[in-house]
Design a protein around this ligand. Structure first.
Ligand code: FE2
Length: 282
């Protein structure tokens, strides 16, 4: 990400499409109440497509806890205790030259090598994942009030939701675990292709950010991923190649299991120098 601001107690970083990550000290009185101890996400801002769409949400969110109407933005707390804000989107469309991949019978990259990245430059923030206390109440809030669509579900355990009917597999994943209360699981950054996932993960390991899990692949969204532990709380993820869904998609319901979460994954990351899996000690 690119640092675009520093001072007044906060640092601001931006992805290529204008999504921003703002970092403040966890004891900053300007921050809303935390939904878990320690460093974590304190406010999540979602984009509405237009002022008209924001007006629709204005009517729906008025009864929610800690509701504030700032005119050009609305704020309240979700059922999980996280402060959310909604404003008209400030994201930019990004045109990027993405190198095609060659597959059997579908040769799209001709007389051109595929790229090697020495770091990732995320296009945007693609999804966030929260541990929730009350899965049903949280799903109702995002589905019925904010208008998200259900993409898939783990029975009694989790739901994948997308902001728009036609869009990437999920922008939000809500997960209820028996011995874990509300909190941040991870924030995921969209990158161009599998090569950028790998180059980005290696670069983070080189910078001493430890791997939580990855590289690997989720069968449920088809995405390649690499998660690194974040000092800001939870994990950060680079991902690419997720499923794109439309109104023709029928949500699936499956049992939560290791196999349904990851087809394969490297635990501990890959050593950037040896190109081998890191040992358990590193
Ligand atoms: Fe993710």
């Amino acid at each position: 990400m690119t640092k675009i601001g520093d001072g007044d107690g906060q640092s601001t970083f931006e992805t290529l499409n204008g999504a921003q990550l703002v970092i403040r000290s966890s004891d900053d009185p300007e921050l809303p109440e935390a939904f878990e101890d320690g460093s974590t996400l304190r406010r999540m801002t979602w984009g509405a497509a237009s002022a008209g769409d924001l007006d629709v949400l204005r009517d729906r969110l008025g009864d929610q806890p800690n509701y504030v109407d700032f005119g050009d933005a609305l704020e309240c707390r979700d059922p999980n205790g996280l402060t959310i804000r909604v404003c008209v989107t400030r994201l930019r469309d990004v045109e990027l030259a993405v190198t095609p991949i060659n597959q059997y019978g579908d040769m799209r990259r001709i007389d051109e090598p595929s790229p090697v990245y020495d770091r990732a430059t995320p296009v945007g923030v693609g999804h966030t994942v929260f541990f929730v206390d009350d899965l049903e109440a949280s799903e109702r809030f995002y589905r019925d009030l904010l208008g998200f669509s259900v993409s898939d579900r783990y029975t009694d355990r989790a739901v994948f939701l997308r902001m728009q009917v036609r869009g990437g597999h999920h922008n939000l994943f809500l997960l209820k675990l028996p011995h874990r209360g509300a909190g941040l699981n991870h924030v995921a950054f969209t990158v161009r292709d599998i090569h950028e996932v790998i180059g980005g993960g290696l670069a983070m390991n080189r910078q001493q950010w430890s791997t939580f899990l990855g590289p690997g692949r989720h069968p449920i969204s088809s995405a390649y991923f690499w998660y690194v532990n974040s000092p800001l709380g939870g994990a950060f993820e680079y991902y690419t190649n997720e499923d794109f869904l439309t109104e023709a998609w029928t949500p699936r319901e499956m049992r939560h299991s290791l196999e349904s979460f990851t087809e394969w994954a490297v635990e501990g990351g890959i050593d950037a120098d040896t190109r081998r899996q890191k040992s358990a000690q590193t």
